[in-house]
Design a protein around this ligand. Structure first.
Ligand SMILES: NC(=O)C1=CN([C@@H]2O[C@H](COP(=O)(O)OP(=O)(O)OC[C@H]3O[C@@H](n4cnc5c(N)ncnc54)[C@H](OP(=O)(O)O)[C@@H]3O)[C@@H](O)[C@H]2O)C=CC1
Ligand SMILES: Cc1cn([C@H]2C[C@H](O)[C@@H](COP(=O)(O)OP(=O)(O)O[C@H]3O[C@@H](C)C(=O)[C@@H](O)[C@H]3O)O2)c(=O)[nH]c1=O
Length: 290
């Protein structure tokens, strides 16, 4: 029996769909039904549902994007740093049930000094400790620190989700819609592949710990816009900011994490996730605006 928190959200909604379609016994809870952010309430919920695993897809992201977190700092801290700590304590106190937490790769910027992508053992370099981050990224990094020495927890790092369904939350829709674009290099995650890989971690009983759950490789904004032109919108043109400084001046309130992640640890478990170019092409070929 899997207990799912955050199913009303963009990421939690995909967890719910996949749990339903694969017939896995689960229970999805929203704060409007039960305030699972209270530790005593969550402990009772875990016990009374006989949960054997919990998925935390809840958190505060800011709408329409992380800029909004700058104006909602306490909610962001609560949703991304306090809540994982509360869930950890509840799972431990309810008998030590294992669980998985949706984190973010946005705790990094750029590439590693040796030019490689960041691995799970690299310290975050876009966080409050390095003093160069957005409030959101700082809170996500704190959320991982809260879980640093926890047993029986998966920390699944998602990055800039995309898929074939147009949505204000989909990276591809964002690039189609934004007036001007920031040229950057990123590792990104196909939403369904991300969720499927997370569920596989539990089904296959792979070792607990941190996993970078991104598609293999990295992609630049220009490469993605070229793919959109090739597969979907041949006549659309794109205007790019001249620099990150111009992006910050004209379009953003807080710096963005743009980074390259290494998913070797995930692949070494035998869990499959496709190459970024393949996943993007497939999403654009299957694109739906409805
Ligand atoms: N979307 C993205 O680009 C990325 C998201 N992530 C992470 O994935 C998780 C889910 O994100 P996403 O689905 O996009 O977010 P959404 O805003 O779409 O949904 C989050 C859900 O979390 C629940 N929630 C619990 N506590 C809070 C709180 N304090 N503030 C706001 N919501 C809360 C809400 O569900 P309810 O009220 O029903 O309980 C809400 O529907 C977050 O931890 C986020 O950091 C990581 C990388 C990228
Ligand atoms: C606002 C804006 C962003 N961008 C770029 C910056 C960045 O590379 C990309 C996405 O930026 P946004 O501001 O749309 O999204 P942002 O809120 O930064 O997205 C993040 O959300 C949180 C929840 C995460 O955890 C991250 O992994 C990531 O998905 O688009 C533009 O090119 N033009 C714009 O006008």
């Amino acid at each position: 029996m899997i207990l799912l928190l955050g199913h009303t959200g963009y990421i939690g909604g995909e967890f719910k769909r996949q749990l339903e379609s694969s017939g896995i016994e689960h229970r999805s809870i929203s704060r409007s039904e039960l305030d699972y952010t209270r530790r005593d309430v969550l402990i009772s919920l875990i016990r009374e549902s006989h949960a054997t695993f919990l998925i935390n897809a809840a958190g505060y992201t800011g709408k329409p994007n992380v800029d909004a977190c700058e104006q909602h700092k306490s909610e962001c801290l609560d949703g991304n740093a306090v809540l994982p700590g509360t869930i950890r304590e509840a799972c431990e106190m309810a008998g030590g049930i294992p669980w998985g937490h949706v984190s973010s790769g946005c705790i990094y910027t750029g590439r590693r000094h040796d030019g490689q992508g960041f691995t799970e053992t690299d310290e975050p370099n876009f966080c409050f400790r390095t003093n160069n981050c957005s409030w959101y990224s700082g809170c996500k990094a704190l959320g991982e620190e809260v879980l640093a020495d926890a047993d029986d927890v998966f920390i699944w790092r998602l990055r800039i989700p995309f898929n074939e369904q147009a949505s204000s939350r989909n990276y591809l829709s964002k690039l189609i819609r934004y007036e001007r674009l920031l040229q950057a290099e990123n590792s990104i995650s196909h939403l369904a592949e991300f969720v499927s890989a997370c569920l596989e971690c539990w089904h296959r009983r792979v070792p607990f710990g941190i996993y970078n759950v991104t598609n293999t490789g990295s992609v630049t904004t220009r490469q993605v816009t070229e793919m959109i032109q090739r597969h979907l919108l041949p006549d659309k043109t794109y205007d790019f900011f001249e620099s990150e400084a111009e992006f910050m001046q004209l379009a953003a309130k807080t710096p963005r994490s743009n980074c390259v992640m290494d998913n070797t640890k995930l692949l070494s478990t035998g869990i499959k996730i496709s190459n970024i170019q393949e996943a993007l092409s497939q999403s654009l070929r299957d694109w739906s605006d409805e």
